[in-house]
Design a protein. Structure first.
Length: 351
């Protein structure tokens, strides 16, 4: 049995920042995540994608944000159960919870913080009969490492931001990029649409609209796709990779069966106070929760984590009163000590 003060379900940016906020309160944390590494979507789905709305960073790659958060929480030594999914929850007589994973690992804590983002994801697969045969053999639904496609022929299908953005990015990586979309109009950002059109004129992206990939060919590995065009009929296209980017379907998974109040695949919380669910002691923060005026932004999750940890402290230590200290004054124990020295100088000057 793994015991901790706050058990965090989800090791994405919000879950990781919860470790920091809890650490300032001297609370121990442990994280559970179904993915094999921390970082959530930022690490698994788009580590090389830039993020523009993190305060203090005009632009930061999603993977770099995760690395920074891991460095920030290092002094607090959180525990991790990775590659396992939180499956069941049980409330004990002492008012604590036991969460068991799909692999049987048990965790005990008085506070549960669900920071599972949008839940687990399943790719929306195009209705191509033999597509399963080529998964990991030429077919991919998520681009994790663009270097895999260096000097390769790539066919991308889709009409949203992901399809457009990766077509633009891979134009300078792959030997040949083809973007297939069933309509002439795209759903992505206008500047991305214009950039793809420009790359098409320059011959750096083969843009095929009013068409769909209907067939995959190859013995053990993908070697070609069959494209059905609205006016030109069937087109044979040789390729090394086919990447259908039709989005991901989010699912709460087993958490949906924990007796929590759910609304539109998200967990309802009390945002007037502490982001607690209808079950006392269980909180939901980040994209996994919902309330009036909710903004699904990483910075919103960071704010919710800070508020939640203050409430968790009072739940764990009902007889103690915590007086908040700014990190600029109190420092962060475990770093290089410069902040501690600064604190001494402040005290000295006051005296």
């Amino acid at each position: 049995m793994i015991k901790t003060d706050i058990l965090i379900i989800g090791a994405g940016p919000t879950g990781l920042f919860t470790v920091f906020e809890a650490g300032l309160l001297k609370l121990k944390t442990h994280l559970i995540d179904a993915l094999p590494q921390p970082g959530g979507q930022c690490a698994e789905i788009y580590p090389k994608k830039p993020i523009y709305d993190i305060p203090g960073f005009p632009e930061i790659l999603a993977g770099d944000l995760v690395n920074n958060l891991m460095e920030q929480i290092k002094p607090f030594e959180p525990g991790f159960t990775l590659g396992e999914r939180a499956q069941t929850i049980e409330k004990l007589e002492d008012d604590t919870f036991v969460v068991t994973t799909n692999k049987g690992t048990k965790h005990n804590a008085p506070v549960i913080a669900i920071a599972g983002g949008l839940g687990s994801f399943e790719p929306r697969k195009p209705p191509i009969p033999n597509i399963d045969l080529y998964e990991d053999n030429g077919v991919a639904y998520i681009i994790r490492d663009p270097e895999v496609y260096r000097d390769k022929r790539v066919v991308i299908a889709g009409g949203g931001d992901s399809a457009l953005d990766w077509s633009i990015f891979l134009a300078d990586v792959a030997s040949e990029v083809t973007l297939v979309h069933r309509r002439n109009e795209f759903r992505g950002a206008l500047d991305s649409v214009e950039r793809v059109a420009e790359l098409s004129k320059l011959g750096k992206v083969n843009l095929i609209t009013e068409a769909e990939v209907k067939e995959l060919k190859g013995d053990e590995k993908l070697t070609a796709v069959g494209i059905r065009h609205k006016t030109e009929g069937d087109i044979h296209f040789e390729t090394d990779y086919f990447i259908p980017l039709f989005g991901l379907s989010p699912k709460l998974g087993p958490i949906a069966d924990w007796g929590l109040e759910i609304e539109k695949n998200a967990i309802k919380v009390d945002n007037s106070y502490d982001y607690q669910t209808n079950v006392p002691g269980i909180y939901a923060i980040g994209d996994v929760n919902t309330y009036k005026g909710k903004l699904k932004l990483i910075l919103s999750g960071f704010h919710e984590a800070a508020i939640m940890c203050q409430s968790a402290y009072q739940r764990i230590f009902p007889d103690k009163k915590y007086v908040m200290k700014y990190t600029t004054v109190g420092g962060v124990e475990g770093f290089d000590g410069t902040k501690k020295e600064a604190k001494k100088e402040v005290v000295k000057s006051i005296n």
